[in-house]
Unconditional design. Structure first.
Length: 182
């Protein structure tokens, strides 16, 4: 997928042992490691010179992490720190050190049949025009609504079930990529 234009791969394997995460990363050519973001085992990101970390809710609320560990990552040049919210208000109130935010669930989960969908396209369009923070829509994005994502003003998109829920994820990625870029 990197060779086909994937900008960023989030490795979101909660509960996986550290060795399994390292094995997954080692299976990816090192030329793409700067495009990998980890959701767990953050120390691997520094050790393997990866592109960033994604702060899950527990880390955002963990005082020890925020005071003693987060500053180490903030010092790494070009290192990305992302997080996810279900609320645009929380994104607007979030600290400026985040490179980008996932906005869940824009249309609801593909894998959960549209569950949790609630975003208002007109409000999102207005927000994106006036917001300097990079917001990446996630949840329920597929061929049916990809044009709406573009119309709202999103410049990128997060895909999960729209590609990984299919027998040929690479083919699905290319189809969605082409539709988004057209």
């Amino acid at each position: 997928m990197f060779q086909e234009g994937l900008d960023c791969l989030h490795i979101r394997k909660y509960g996986y042992p550290r060795s399994k995460i390292v094995s997954i990363i080692e299976s990816i050519p090192s030329e793409f490691h700067k495009q990998i973001v980890l959701h767990d085992h953050y120390d691997i990101a520094r050790e393997m010179n990866l592109g960033g970390i994604h702060l899950i809710r527990d880390k955002r609320k963990n005082i020890f992490f925020k005071v003693f560990q987060l500053p180490q990552y903030l010092k790494i040049p070009g290192f990305h720190i992302s997080t996810s919210y279900h609320s645009t208000n929380k994104i607007l109130e979030a600290p400026d050190f985040y490179t980008y935010f996932f906005l869940n669930s824009i249309f609801g989960s593909v894998l959960e049949g549209g569950k949790h969908s609630y975003k208002d396209p007109d409000k999102l369009k207005a927000l994106l025009k006036n917001c300097s923070k990079e917001i990446v829509p996630l949840g329920g994005i597929d061929m049916i609504n990809i044009d709406l994502i573009k119309e709202m003003g999103f410049t990128s998109m997060g895909l999960h079930g729209a590609i990984w829920g299919f027998t040929n994820p690479l083919e699905r990625f290319c189809i969605l990529r082409d539709a988004f870029l057209s």
